[in-house]
Design a protein around this ligand. Structure first.
Ligand code: FAD
Length: 472
């Protein structure tokens, strides 16, 4: 038998369900493939940073697989439309008996996989697909009435209940195959035809990701609940990019956490549980994406919000994008995104709320801009986060609850320590004035190289409320 493992966003060898299952038969010849689809990635607004991380990890994967005597084939095409014929041709060329892959839940990815099934329908190739990116198969965590949860907290309770009554298996790295798959050579991965942008100081490779996870669980998770909302403290795990590309699995995160905190599921006020709850937010958004295909198709969850009359103001959008709104917390956050490809969660909420509720600009534009910059861009989480902030999603902030960017800054960056990291032009402004520098500049007759607020929050709040009311 010849087993073909098709890698997608599961770029790891440990705890990889498809790979593990493909290696269960000691006699089978195992080969692997990765197919890059640059044009599709453009359509999905994938950032050059994430492309860089993918490229790095395919190379790491190729090496780790070679050590297991599994060659990784590499193909490039334009879009998902051409993927099925490639898989079919590879199956034919190597006389593949079984195709193994881990499922993806976005709509386009599901259509691609359906096309593969159709192409292989008249062949002898068996397809084995697994739910690997999640704790539970989407669609299997349901209310008593058999419906998908629309609210996070009861969803979380149900997940915890299911997790405490079952063992979570973490699959070991497969054993080395006795001999390399005959007659298959490993392909070169470069040139990788997508613009890539290296992220300085970002550790790559599965072992590094695992050691970051261990380090976080051993040394930092205790303080997570007290510190997670303060960007200057940088108290979160920074594991999102690995989770987005499947360099780490959620089961590995859970297992490591449980190793440090065996009572995790019962200690609900602990830092460890607080962090675990974030992994369940991820789970929630992935389940929603699967259950509601409209979320993959630029549609809001709440239908009436499609009627909100957004403003088209390009100058305001550019000011937001470039961190020049005159609201220091918003601007520092956007510059963190532009410079590093990552933004703290509290700040993602603040800047998303600002774009939608203060500038009344369509949340899709912010969602796409985020994807184009983020190293951890993930449709389910990004869309979930944006729809939460825009009050268009499940369990979202109600539309009349509008963040005040100044008081958010005062609360979560009281001395402006974070703001100062990204806005050197405010160096002279004292701590107590850091959230409203234009006022200080005015009263001290100082000219700052920093814009006055582009919008008055109090007025913006009123027109946004009116726009949502009218749509409703
Ligand atoms: P930690 O606090 O250490 O959390 C651990 C993990 O839990 C994260 O890596 C992530 O996988 C998950 N997680 C954490 N917070 C959330 C959340 N609010 N919702 C869902 N899952 C969460 N996350 C992405 O991975 N990709 C995105 O494209 C993305 N876009 C977002 C857009 C907006 C508008 C908002 C409000 C949030 C978005 N998030 C996104 C969620 C969250 O901001 C990031 O996951 C988090 O900041 C990553 O940092 P961390 O790994 O240090 O998180």
């Amino acid at each position: 038998a010849t087993h073909l493992v098709w890698f997608r966003h599961d770029l790891r060898v440990t705890d990889n369900t498809a790979l593990y299952q493909a290696c269960q038969d000691d006699d089978a010849q195992v080969i692997a493939i990765y197919i890059a689809t640059p044009k599709q990635w453009h359509e999905h607004h994938m950032s050059a940073r994430q492309a860089w991380l993918i490229e790095q990890h395919i190379q790491h994967l190729q090496k780790s697989l070679a050590e297991l005597n599994i060659p990784l084939l590499y193909r490039q095409t334009e879009t998902f439309d051409e993927v099925a014929p490639i898989i079919q041709a590879v199956c034919q060329q190597y006389q593949v008996s079984d195709l193994f892959y881990n499922k993806q839940y976005q709509w386009n990815e599901r259509q691609r996989d359906k096309a593969v099934t159709a192409h292989l329908a008249n062949t002898d190739v068996r397809i084995q697909a697994f739910d690997d990116a999640v704790f539970f198969a989407p669609g299997s965590v349901l209310t008593g009435a058999g419906k998908m949860y629309q609210v996070y907290t009861p969803f979380r309770h149900k997940c915890c209940e299911q997790l405490s009554s079952q063992n979570t298996t973490v699959y070991a790295k497969p054993k080395k195959r006795i001999s390399a798959a005959l007659s298959v050579t490993t392909d070169s991965i470069t040139p990788f035809s997508y613009t890539t942008q290296r992220v300085v100081d970002f550790p790559t490779g599965e072992p590094r990701a695992l050691s970051c996870l261990r380090d976080f669980c051993q040394k930092h998770v205790d303080r997570y609940l007290q510190q997670r909302d303060y960007p200057a403290l940088d108290a979160t795990s920074h594991l999102s990019a690995y989770l987005a590309l499947g360099v780490l699995s959620v089961r590995q995160c859970f297992a490591r956490l449980q190793m440090e905190y065996p009572d995790l599921l019962h200690a609900t006020s602990s830092g460890a549980f607080g962090w675990f709850s974030q992994l369940l937010w991820r789970e929630f958004y992935l389940h929603l994406l699967f259950m509601y295909p409209k979320l993959s198709k630029n549609k809001p969850f709440i239908d009436w919000t499609e009627r909100v009359q957004w403003r088209e103001n390009q100058a305001d959008f550019d000011a937001w994008k470039n961190g020049l709104t005159g609201y220091p917390i918003v601007d520092a956050a956007m510059r963190q995104l532009n410079q590093t490809g990552w933004m703290h969660n509290r700040l993602r909420m603040i800047v998303a709320s600002f774009l939608v509720k203060d500038l009344l600009i369509d949340w899709h534009r912010g969602e796409h801009y985020f994807m184009s910059q983020l190293i951890d861009g993930d449709l389910a989480l990004n869309n979930g986060g944006w729809q939460w902030a825009a009050s268009t999603g499940t369990d979202a902030a109600p539309y009349f609850r509008i963040f005040n960017p100044t008081t958010q800054g005062e609360r979560f960056d009281p001395n402006g320590q974070f703001i100062r990291q990204y806005l050197p032009e405010l160096a002279l402004v004292p701590d107590e004035a850091i959230h409203q520098p234009h006022k200080w500049a005015q009263s001290h007759q100082v000219k700052l190289d920093y814009p006055a607020p582009i919008v008055c929050h109090a007025k913006a709040r009123l027109y946004t409320l009116a726009a949502f009311k009218a749509a409703r």
